[in-house]
Design a protein around this ligand. Structure first.
Ligand SMILES: [Zn+2]
Ligand SMILES: [Zn+2]
Length: 254
């Protein structure tokens, strides 16, 4: 599997858009503003979108990408999320007020999208690629994802704060090669990180202390206004983990 970073920022205004990863050519993981740089043919090739949670920075481009390539698809796009995430999309986005309900247009027989709910620990297998929701601890129903190519695994934390159940799952993955962790705020805003259920570098150090294996660590979701400060704090505080900042356009093979 190849993961291409379309966006990995915690906001707009930097050189990267907000969270979205393209897996091979047909799967999106979140649909933040990073999707905006994709070509029409790339958009048309997407068949599945796995959402970590319904916050705007992770779904901002979902309504627009559905509409852009609707006439170029001969199949409905499948939107995967927890039951609560799907309910929030139905009630608050695809409600005919913010955007049309694409599960019934162009027609109920051939709709542009369909919802599928998933639950923690249940693996969805798409052409031999395993995708499993893993626990996250955020202000709304949220998950991370474990992607398993059969050769190696990558785990994406999604938006989360401290969470022992996440590490129980991660430490059980035998072929774990890559771990993408969010770090949203600098340590000067540790209180805000706690109340908004995100991580800051000092919380990330505590979390990574629970990791048993030795995967490559990648950091995402930095607030653009604090990017340099967070990067410095991570470089200083986490050097034993050799973390790398995820960047737009980066590809991870596993
Ligand atoms: Zn969030
Ligand atoms: Zn976010």
């Amino acid at each position: 599997m190849v993961l291409r970073v379309l966006g990995c920022s915690g906001g707009i205004g930097g050189e990267s858009g907000t969270t979205s990863f393209l897996i091979d050519r047909d799967i999106l993981m979140d649909a933040g503003t990073g999707v905006g740089g994709m070509s029409l043919s790339e958009l048309a090739a997407i068949r599945h979108i796995f959402l970590t949670h319904p916050h705007l920075d992770h779904i901002a481009c979902l309504p627009l990408l559905l509409d852009s390539a609707v006439c170029m698809r001969d199949h409905p796009l499948t939107i995967w999320g927890t039951e609560e995430t799907v309910e929030i999309l139905k009630s608050h986005i695809f409600n005919w007020k913010i955007w049309p309900d694409f599960t019934v247009i162009p027609s109920t027989q051939f709709p542009a999208m369909q919802y599928r709910t998933l639950s923690l620990g249940t693996t969805i297998v798409l052409d031999g690629r395993g995708i499993t929701a893993v626990p996250a601890n955020h202000t709304v129903s949220a998950v991370g994802y474990h992607l398993d190519s059969g050769v190696a695994s990558l785990v994406f934390s999604g938006d989360t704060t401290t969470n022992d159940t996440f590490w129980d799952v991660v430490n059980g993955i035998k072929n774990l090669r890559h771990l993408i962790m969010e770090t949203t705020f600098s340590d000067s805003r540790r209180d805000l990180a706690t109340v908004s259920k995100h991580l800051c570098p000092s919380l990330l150090v505590e979390e990574l202390g629970k990791l048993k294996g030795n995967p490559e660590i990648h950091i995402s979701h930095l607030k653009p206004g604090e990017k340099e400060r967070i990067t410095r704090e991570i470089t200083d505080g986490l050097h034993r983990f050799h973390p790398r900042m995820l960047c737009m356009g980066q590809e991870i093979d596993f």
